[in-house]
Write a protein that binds this ligand. Structure first.
Ligand code: SF4
Length: 457
């Protein structure tokens, strides 16, 4: 029999609790258990005036941003519409049915004001790390580091050749931020090389051809993760260039130690982090085992002996060549004593000319020079240690573990939809990367610590 509604007029009173209408297995219900923003109000207190009209509750805005980044809604305008309409979002934001949703412009005002002045989004990210630590998800035995390119929100045609520099009439918030970070080693100061092109909309983004695709403007998001459960223990935004990414790795390791007292025994990374100075920094200054392929430049493609064909004798501080002769450091007496170390941090070892002239291997060793030279980095000790590690079984395990950080980037781009930044300038980029990393840590908590009785997400 076909039923018919019997309600003929609107009820005068409703008994309605949003809580009862949010499914028990909704992602936000699980996330809510790990979001404690009680400290946020205290943190922000100095940035609000004691007088005047009450502001929008900052906790409401932070909860809305968490909804946005966890659910892949990054447009603030759309986020406001969704929170207005969606009961689960309202419940998470502690809004009842007639609770007013702030206007989207409130986010931008606070982002450029109090949130940035108080470094609030960094604080939010660190709260998620602390929670992961409290839940026992961070072992701190091994970390992995990597960077991923995120497209800048710019039109590629609005640009000038790098050597021309920014035209004097260029203006705007992103231009002002670019000028502020020109000497910052994570951005303009990371390399003396002039970029090929400078974008006029967001000049701090870098023109990069690092992928197989057509060159584009990008920033890098750098993750330092704990290998136990792939919790992000630090995040840093940099320009899309290797030198800046290596510097970010150092900053993140130092900061993680200062803020959380985490000190990894090993660091897993790819060849981009395998330069001699970086390996020496890890080994000699931080006491961290580098599970990183050594960045080798000594291989030759003309068939002649590479440096690896020469054996270094530690006791004698000399190399032994394939013919069994010694290559030694220069022992010439200069009127002004010299260190024997080149500007690039390498030391030259030379064979004796009479050895090479009569050597049967000369055509395979030094066909065009009277005697063979071999260079050795002043950091070669750290490189040798790293080579030993990369030949071990433990390194094979580490190589597989490195995939964990790559999977986080894939999740960031595919699920959280952050393959392109929405905000411009270094500050907007930092905000987005902090929020996205916080969202990923919250989702990790949900996965590893599900509500009892619920299947893991
Ligand atoms: S050419 Fe000189 S350095 Fe090379 S193998 Fe012969 S003696 Fe040794």
């Amino acid at each position: 029999m076909m039923g018919e509604r019997t309600v003929m007029q609107e009820a005068l009173f409703y008994s309605f609790r949003i809580e009862e209408h949010v499914p028990g297995d909704h992602l936000l219900r699980s996330i809510d258990r790990f979001v404690d923003l009680s400290g946020i109000r205290e943190h922000l207190k100095p940035f609000y005036s004691a007088m005047g009209r009450p502001s929008i509750d900052p906790e409401l805005m932070i909860r809305m941003l968490i909804v946005g980044y966890c659910m892949g809604i990054r447009s603030e305008r759309r986020l406001c519409e969704e929170v207005h309409l969606n009961l689960a979002y309202r419940w998470f934001c502690r809004l009842d049915l007639d609770g007013a949703v702030p206007d989207h412009s409130t986010f931008s005002k606070n982002r450029h004001g109090r949130f940035r002045d108080s470094d609030l989004l960094r604080k939010l990210f660190e709260l998620t790390v602390e929670r992961c630590m409290a839940e026992g998800l961070v072992g701190a035995e091994g970390f992995a580091v990597d960077a991923s390119l995120i497209r800048a929100d710019v039109h590629r045609q609005r640009s000038v050749p790098g050597e021309e520099g920014l035209p004097p009439e260029a203006s705007g918030r992103a231009v002002a931020e670019y000028l502020e970070v020109l000497d910052d080693a994570a951005f303009g100061g990371s390399t003396p090389v002039t970029p090929k092109r400078i974008n006029l909309t967001d000049p701090a983004s870098r023109w990069t051809a690092a992928t197989r695709e057509r060159a584009f403007y990008a920033y890098s998001t750098n993750y330092l993760i704990d290998l136990d459960h792939a919790v992000i223990v630090d995040v840093e935004a940099t320009t899309a260039i290797r030198q800046a990414e290596v510097l970010a790795q150092r900053r993140m390791i130092e900061r993680t130690q200062e803020r959380f007292g985490l000190w990894p025994e090993k660091l897993v990374a790819d060849t981009a982090y395998g330069s001699a100075p970086n390996l020496a920094w890890l080994v000699e200054e931080r006491g961290i085992e580098p599970h990183i392929p050594v960045f080798e430049k000594s291989a030759r493609n003309d068939g002649t002996f590479a440096r690896s064909d020469f054996t270094y004798d530690h006791e004698d501080d000399s190399y032994i060549c394939p013919a069994g002769n010694r290559l030694r450091r220069s022992n010439r007496n200069f009127s002004t004593p010299r260190s024997g170390i080149d500007k690039d941090g390498s030391i030259r070892y030379r064979a004796r000319q009479q050895d090479c002239q009569t050597c049967t291997l000369r055509q395979r060793c030094t066909p065009n020079m009277p005697a063979r030279k071999v260079t050795r980095s002043v950091y070669e000790g750290a490189r040798d240690l790293t080579r030993e590690i990369t030949a071990s079984d433990a390194y094979r395990v580490s190589s597989r573990q490195r995939k964990k950080v790559e999977m986080l980037f894939a999740h960031l781009k595919r699920i959280l939809k952050l393959d392109r930044v929405r905000l411009r300038g270094p500050n907007g980029t930092k905000d987005e990367f902090h929020l996205a990393a916080a969202a990923q840590n919250l989702r990790k908590l949900v996965k590893m610590k599900p509500i009892p009785g619920l299947a893991p997400a």
